[in-house]
Design a protein around this ligand. Structure first.
Ligand code: PRT
Length: 287
């Protein structure tokens, strides 16, 4: 495996499917069956390791994996107060969530001074308390954190929240966010020159896939006299292409828009006289 790049991703869980999808869209071909721990790419010198999220930061820091996809919440929790050899390379835009303090609905707790806090993120919580000069006790618990206020184990919990449905179902209210998280791509800082060239290719391709997600290719027709006004409405587009049409008073405008296009934008384009407005998805971008 010396000259093959190793990429670690979560084996089973919320990050797995989108991580596999991102690797495949980045042109890494491999076959994956649910029970495998290792897959070898058949078109690039790359091996994929399927592991638990919790283990990913140490695998990358120790050089057992060269690249990895992990939640930023785990990256922060596992690397705080430690010297590591990890570089964060990209925000990947999926598995977004937040780490928040929550208390029972009927509680009037507003600050955490001298309170008992239960969490699976003890390092992150301790850092928050230290930064804010708050004295409180922190209990580390894996799973069922939401139950702890009801069995007298905590006054406050600190857990991941996405939709908020779990807090609501457990009669808890979110009172403060301490961290916003999403999946990130990380890299070992000391990989060999040979591996670095493969890693750079993978990172650039992933960036191309991510940039394409929000991007759209826009095609529309407009009065030649309205080109400037119309172009101003196209979000995140650089230098659109203007193509003359058979009707000399009309042009076609083609633009790559690197920001989302909402219905409101399309309606404004129409108000300015644009017609035949087509918005098309973009698969990959190489800048
Ligand atoms: O692989 P390993 O078993 O070590 O990890 P794991 O058990 O932590 O995996 P998994 O699959 O549960 O989570 C993987 C990653 O997904 C996390 O580290 C986060 O980066 C990300 N993620 C995104 C979430 C959530 N959203 C999320 N909602 N991880 C957990 N949750 C849980 C949360 O703990 C709570 O129980 O979902 C519940 C809250 O969800 P809502 O929608 O009800 O608010």
């Amino acid at each position: 495996m010396k000259n093959r790049l190793t990429i670690a991703i979560q084996k089973n869980g919320r990050l797995s499917e989108q991580s596999i999808d991102l690797l495949k869209k980045s042109g890494i071909n491999f076959s994956y069956k649910g029970d495998k721990l290792l897959a070898k790419s058949n078109n690039l010198p790359i091996d994929i390791l399927f592991v638990r999220s919790d283990d990913i930061p140490s695998l990358v820091s120790n050089g057992d994996a060269d690249l990895a996809i992990v939640g930023e919440n785990i990256l922060i929790e596992k690397t705080l107060f430690k010297r590591t050899y990890i570089e964060k390379m990209l925000n990947l835009g999926f598995s977004k969530c937040r780490l928040s303090f929550a208390v029972p609905q009927n509680s009037n707790i507003k600050n955490f001074k001298n309170k008992k806090i239960a969490t699976s993120y003890p390092n992150t919580v301790k850092k928050y308390l230290k930064d804010n000069k708050i004295n409180a006790s922190v209990t580390n618990i894996h799973g069922s954190v939401e139950l702890t206020p009801y069995i007298g184990m905590s006054d406050v919990i600190c857990d991941l929240v996405s939709s908020g449905a779990t807090l609501e179902a457990n009669n808890l209210k979110e009172i403060e966010i301490i961290l916003q998280s999403q999946a990130v791509l990380i890299k070992n800082k000391n990989i060999s020159a040979k591996k670095l060239s493969i890693a750079t290719k993978v990172i650039n391709r992933m960036e191309g896939v991510i940039n394409a997600i929000e991007s759209k290719y826009v095609m529309l027709n407009s009065d030649a006299s309205k080109v400037q006004e119309i172009c101003k409405l196209l979000p995140g587009s650089e230098s659109p292409t203007i193509i003359p049409l058979e009707n000399k008073n009309k042009v076609a405008i083609h633009a790559l828009c690197q920001e989302p296009i909402f219905w409101e934008t399309m309606e404004k384009l129409k108000e300015k006289g644009a017609s035949s407005i087509l918005i098309m998805p973009v698969e990959k971008i190489l800048n």
